[in-house]
Design a protein around this ligand. Structure first.
Ligand code: PXG
Length: 440
């Protein structure tokens, strides 16, 4: 790092980061253009995870820059409580056009975590509005990441995110088993053939708690941050069928999969299963301005539109729900995606990524590989007595090899920008093979 221009690192308490380690070994990103970041020491690194899964168009897109800048000088902020502004309505309509048929009402939040909490509240409010006030239980899944709000950590299934905060977690939750089983689906390409029956665990939870107490099931159609766990063929269909049969709402958390990551607008369309709500964030603005939200089936929305017309129907919302600048960024992002056919491009790049990632099967330390859409994970064998150390070493070595990698535990995840070229993707994996050879 160029220490002469280094800022004081002590005040910023970094999120989900080993702060002391970082501050002894800092990496600062100074700029981003296309599929590359430039580090403060001038080195260029390929952005293997599209930021944190959020920048499929790459960095520095002129159309987004000018839309945001124009919006800031026209209307930098306006409330959406009791007044509105055109952008929020336009973006909601556009998102509804991208969504599965009948999912055409959009509630805005600012992040995935807020969007998850919003969806859970809407689910409970929906049942209450229909006179079903006992339906308050939420079913999540092991290894799920639904952000860090109280609702999200309750429904989520990542133990370390929950352990410290058990006292705050919602009391009425339960969890489905996760679907990763390397014995039956090792090195799977796309959806594994084995595992649809794991959805039957929902029937057992229904038997245990009684359907009359369950408001919603929330799942990531593909579990992203825990390491690209792809749903087995038939699994989501079965969850859908069980939910419908018992009057339970099905929520897809598409914060990672939404807006093209699986080569379709939403995972719901790619995988052919329509939920009752879709949670989104991240790519909707290409990561430029925070924005999240929930796409709601019209029937759920309409069930809440009752009582005197002058009464607020849902006591929920954020100062920045539908922020004009975030909406401008969202409109520009979706416009570019449509005009340039970038989701189609992600789909065309999928076989390249699949072939390249699975070619790492014989690389040192590799114990499993999974992929779908423009996303893949590579599990490394942990070092004895030092879990996570090998992936961290790969991360460090990756920077020297021109890659900004993402690791969690001993899993490396890659999800390159949709604007990547085939050559860039092949180069990323050639460098990664070199990195795996170098780490001990
Ligand atoms: N739901 C899902 C499925 C997510 O992946 C959230 C909700 C929360 O979103 P916010 O905007 O509140 O962070 C997420 C976030 C990673 C990584 O490296 C993944 C996320 C965040 C940071 C890193 O996999 N997912």
């Amino acid at each position: 790092m160029n220490t002469s221009s280094a800022p004081d690192l002590s005040a910023f308490w970094m999120p989900f980061t080993a702060n002391r380690h970082f501050k002894h070994h800092p990496h600062l990103v100074a700029g981003g253009q296309g599929a590359y970041y430039t580090l403060q020491d001038g080195r260029k690194v390929f952005d293997c995870l599209s930021g944190l899964w959020c920048a499929p168009l790459g960095h520095g897109r002129a159309e987004i820059v000018s839309a945001v800048s124009a919006q800031l000088s026209t209307l930098d902020f306006a409330p959406t409580f009791q007044v509105g502004h055109p952008n929020a309505f336009e973006l909601a309509s556009r998102i509804a056009r991208w969504a599965p048929q009948g999912m055409n009402r959009v509630f805005f939040a600012n992040s995935g975590s807020e969007a998850v909490d919003s969806a859970l509240k809407i689910a409970i409010a929906y049942h209450q509005a229909r006179g079903d006030a006992r339906r308050v239980r939420i079913i999540g899944r092991e290894r799920a990441y639904h952000g860090v709000g109280i609702g999200g950590i309750s429904a989520g299934g990542i133990a370390v995110n929950r352990r410290t905060f058990g006292a705050l977690a919602a009391p009425f939750v339960d969890h489905l088993p996760h679907t990763l089983d390397p014995q039956h689906m090792g090195f799977s390409r796309g959806q594994p053939a084995w595992g649809a029956h794991l959805a039957d665990a929902l029937e057992r939870l229904v038997a245990l708690h009684d359907a009359s107490t369950i408001a919603a099931v929330i799942v990531e159609p593909m579990q992203g941050s825990t390491g690209v766990i792809v749903p087995p063929l038939g699994y989501l269909e079965r969850l859908r069928e069980i939910c419908t049969r018992h009057g339970i709402l099905l929520i897809f958390d598409e914060v990672i999969t939404g807006f093209g990551r699986l080569g379709a607008n939403f995972a719901a369309q790619r995988l052919g299963v329509t939920p009752d709500m879709i949670v989104f964030a991240k790519a909707v603005t290409n990561g430029t301005i925070p924005l999240g939200g929930v796409i709601v089936a019209q029937g759920i929305h309409d069930a809440l539109m009752h009582g005197p017309e002058q009464m607020i129907e849902l006591f929920h919302g954020y100062t920045y729900s539908g922020h004009p600048v975030a909406c401008a960024a969202g409109l520009a992002t979706l416009e570019v995606m449509e005009r340039e056919g970038l989701i189609e491009r992600a789909r065309l790049l999928e076989p390249v990524l699949e072939q390249e990632v699975h070619a790492l099967r014989d690389a040192p330390h590799v114990v499993d590989i999974r992929n779908i859409g423009l996303a893949a994970a590579i599990d490394l064998a942990p070092r004895a007595d030092a879990p996570g150390a090998r992936a961290r070493a790969a991360f460090e070595s990756g920077i020297d090899a021109g890659l900004l990698l993402r690791f969690t535990g001993d899993t490396l995840a890659v999800a390159p920008p949709f604007i990547s070229t085939e050559a860039q993707i092949r180069e990323m994996f050639a460098s990664l093979r070199e990195v795996l050879r170098r780490v001990s």
